[in-house]
Design a protein around this ligand. Sequence first.
Ligand code: ZN
Length: 94
Amino acid sequence: MKLNDEQQKKLIEKLNEVWQQPKICSVCGHNQWDVSDRIFELREFHGGGMVIGGQSSITPIVHATCKNCSHTLFFNALKIGLIDKDVNSTSKTE
Ligand SMILES: [Zn+2]
């Protein structure tokens, strides 16, 4: 799901609030990052099978990738406040 302008602004504000300066990569020591403009999802592992819905857990994430070494950090899009718990209501903004 692509972030709208308001969500992108909120993401940057929240990352600046919680991610202390300098934003050093723990792998290579550089400090330049690409921040995703989309929300992705992490699905619960079910032994290699694909389970959609039911009791299966999905975590919506946004990520920041180090421009030097590609180390990637995940941030929970729900906890950051980019989307509501009712995902169906936000997927229409795409
Ligand atoms: Zn790095």
